[in-house]
Design a protein around this ligand. Structure first.
Ligand SMILES: C[S@@+](CC[C@H](N)C(=O)[O-])C[C@H]1O[C@@H](n2cnc3c(N)ncnc32)[C@H](O)[C@@H]1O
Length: 469
């Protein structure tokens, strides 16, 4: 190991940064995470640096670089022209001050690692300059895996340390910290259940408090429409904390891989036209597991609040006194459009998105197509492959142009994804021709005619000209 990692106390210390541009700004962005005083030595700071000076976040020296700029400093960064960088390095070395010359490893007496900041937990990743890309990859992996509030959890641990040491002996003490950092207590903390967390800590630490029966909790988690990298950090944290996972048909195996290894997994997949597990049975199952005092994750494809029957599960749990929260996910309408490089809204041409389900058209009150198919709208149709001929017929009947563009995305975000464009007139024919099956999104793109705007703005301009003349 050529470079030895250490953490330097920067309280009441000064760091000098010499330079005016992006490289100096990058270093200062990082240094601003510390409590050190930052001194910028620069003739013409860029806009970002000027803004920091104006805010009083850093101090600024404009005169030519000299010894006084760095003699009282703990660390020095040089991000200027090569000749100035060299002078900074030589002077810092003479004064015995650690110096970093940006992008010049041979001129550095220290290097800045990639940092994962969950203050007071700070992880530094270094590759001795050999593989900075690898350092960034490791950083991104840790950033996704470590909850953003890990630092706050660590602070709280500090406040409990003496009490735990006094009240618990081994092995209960170790079990407490296990639960605190990655078990039930951590789970309550991240969910923001302050009262329950306090009660649970008191219950464990203060044996005079009589044990209360703990109640469970249900979280509706959006898994996104495909692979695990479309999960949110919050979804991931819940998957790693839950005792029970109740999941749907469209959940990708890579998402299930993210669950706690010892979590119980219950499949309640509903096939189209073959509702193998009825919604009432799912509700009962969630309740039964939560009543055991467990954290139950109800994992749904896409976003749980979009055609996911979340409403019934929210009502049912609340009616039975079980707390329930929702973790949003990436819905199929946006994910599939992104995957094929399309936009949903387009400044003046498309200003509204309507999410519709083809499923609830069967036997339900008919949609008011004339009011739905408004110019300037994208209609994103879920579960609509089967009902597409009916939808096509209804849209044509209310006067929508036959040539209206339609985009189909089948099995979006998966290796088997297929996508094609057609027109409203050819919609059912092309769905059959391509043998499209669920899951698929159908987008009816009703662009506004912007030439009307141009004409009216021309006539407004003409009016103005008339008035002015
Ligand atoms: C029961 S709904 C659930 C929607 C989900 N809650 C969401 O927000 O995406 C299922 C429908 O979502 C759409 N869908 C889900 N995943 C999809 C995917 N990977 N590709 C295309 N469509 C998808 C299909 O229209 C499918 O029939």
């Amino acid at each position: 190991m050529r470079y030895f990692p250490v953490f330097i106390d920067l309280k009441n210390k000064t760091i000098a940064v010499i330079g005016s541009g992006e490289q100096a700004a990058q270093k200062i962005r990082l240094l601003l995470k510390t409590t050190a005083h930052i001194r910028l030595i620069s003739k013409e700071p860029n806009d970002e640096l000027k803004a920091l000076i104006d805010k009083g976040a850093i101090s600024w020296e404009t005169d030519k670089f000299n010894e006084d700029h760095i003699s009282d400093c703990q660390l020095v960064y040089a991000a200027s022209k090569p000749e100035i960088n060299e002078r900074v390095m030589l002077l810092a070395n003479q004064l015995g001050i650690p110096v970093n010359v940006v992008d010049e490893p041979d001129m550095c007496s220290f290097i800045t690692p990639a940092i994962v900041d969950r203050d007071p937990i700070v992880i530094a990743i270094g590759t001795e300059g050999a593989a900075p890309v690898m350092a960034r990859k490791i950083k991104s992996k840790l950033e996704t895996e470590l909850p953003t509030r890990l630092g706050a959890l660590a602070f709280m641990a500090g406040t409990l340390r003496n009490r735990v040491a006094k009240n618990l002996s081994e092995p209960r003490r170790r079990a407490f910290w296990e639960s605190f950092f990655s078990g039930k207590l951590a789970d309550l903390f991240y969910r923001g259940e302050k009262k329950k967390l306090k009660a649970e800590i008191d219950r464990i630490l203060d044996e005079t408090i009589t044990e209360k029966k703990t109640t469970g909790h249900v979280t509706l988690v959006g898994a996104g429409p495909g692979p695990a990298d479309l999960l949110t950090f919050r979804a991931l944290r819940n998957l790693q904390a839950a005792d029970v996972i109740v999941y749907d048909r469209l959940i990708d195996p890579s998402v299930l891989e993210c669950c706690r290894r010892d979590a119980k997994r219950l499949y309640v997949g509903k096939e189209p036209n073959n509702h193998s597990v009825r919604q009432e049975e799912i509700n009962d199952l969630l309740l039964e597991e939560a009543r055991k005092g467990l954290h139950v994750v109800r994992l749904k494809s896409g976003d749980p609040l979009v055609f996911g029957r979340a409403g019934e599960e929210l009502d049912f749990m609340r009616k039975h006194g079980i707390t329930i929260d929702v973790v949003p996910g990436v819905t199929a309408a946006t994910a599939c459009a992104a995957e094929v490089g399309d936009t949903l809204t387009y400044r003046d041409k498309v200003r509204a998105i309507t999410f519709l389900t083809g499923h609830s058209m069967r036997g339900a009150t008919p949609y008011d197509w004339a009011n739905i198919a408004l110019p300037g709208t994208v209609i994103a149709l879920y579960m609509a492959v089967k009902m597409a001929p009916k939808i096509q017929e209804n849209l044509l009947a209310v006067g929508v142009n036959e040539a209206t563009p339609v985009r189909i995305v089948e099995k979006g975000c998966s290796p088997e994804m297929r996508s094609f464009e057609t027109t409203l007139a050819n919609l059912s024919h092309d769905l059959q021709r391509h043998k499209v099956i669920n899951p698929a999104m159908i987008y009816i793109i009703l662009e506004r005619d912007t030439s009307i705007d141009e004409e009216s703005s021309d006539s407004e301009q003409a009016q103005t000209n008339k008035v002015e003349s």
